[in-house]
Design a protein around this ligand. Structure first.
Ligand code: ADP
Length: 183
């Protein structure tokens, strides 16, 4: 490489500071693996909280028809609807494919309630307001779902939906962190 030591030094300093390289007198720079980088990323993500990144939940009632649920998905531009009981507590989650599954049957979509298509409580993976964005990202991956209801559980174990975290929310945070340098 036709690079001088002076040209390389700032880059080597950054790599040393981020824990990828170590520098020893008389040995020089050497590679020490990427585990510290992973720690850095993990620590960074744990600094951001669900309560600061959540978006508004898009909810429908249990008795809403599958037809109206599909229309709501289009109008609200979301891929997942949270289904709530009359008193507003979480009853389930209906995804695009849940609704498609019903739609490719022979049924009348105006007559079938969304509650027939949804995944029901208690089989819903949720996230607390005070959790970190790392917890949210991990839950999205482990549950293999696109979105998590952000919830508050009251004294009677009733689950109230107060927000939503999606794969897009996590991606937006990554882009935000990646573009800090350009601000
Ligand atoms: P899609 O079904 O459109 O691929 P998802 O991957 O999000 O969307 O959903 C896969 C399945 O998991 C669906 O049956 C859906 O009802 C269910 N599901 C979606 N979100 C959750 C969640 N947070 N907890 C439990 N199940 C969920």
């Amino acid at each position: 490489m036709s690079l001088t030591r002076a040209t390389l030094r700032p880059d080597l300093t950054i790599l040393t500071m981020s824990g990828i390289l170590d520098a020893r007198p008389r040995v020089g720079y050497f590679y020490i693996g990427d585990h510290r980088v992973k720690d850095l990323v993990g620590d960074l993500f744990r600094k951001y909280l669900v309560k600061d990144y959540k978006s508004l939940p898009i909810v429908v009632q249990e008795q809403t028809s599958v037809y109206d649920a599909v229309v709501t998905m289009f109008l609200e531009d979301v891929g997942t609807l949270f289904v709530v009981r009359e008193e507003g507590t979480l009853a389930g989650v209906a995804s695009r494919k849940d609704l498609l599954k019903v739609a490719i049957g022979q049924s009348n979509l105006h007559e079938i309630p969304v509650s027939v298509a949804m995944t029901r409580m208690p089989n819903i993976t949720t996230i607390d307001l005070e959790a970190t964005m790392y917890d949210a990202a991990r839950k999205l991956i482990e549950a293999e779902v696109d979105s998590l209801p952000v919830v508050r559980v009251d004294g009677n174990q009733q689950v109230e939906v107060i927000g939503r975290i999606t794969k897009t929310t996590v991606t937006r945070l990554i882009v935000e962190l990646g573009s800090l340098r350009n601000i």
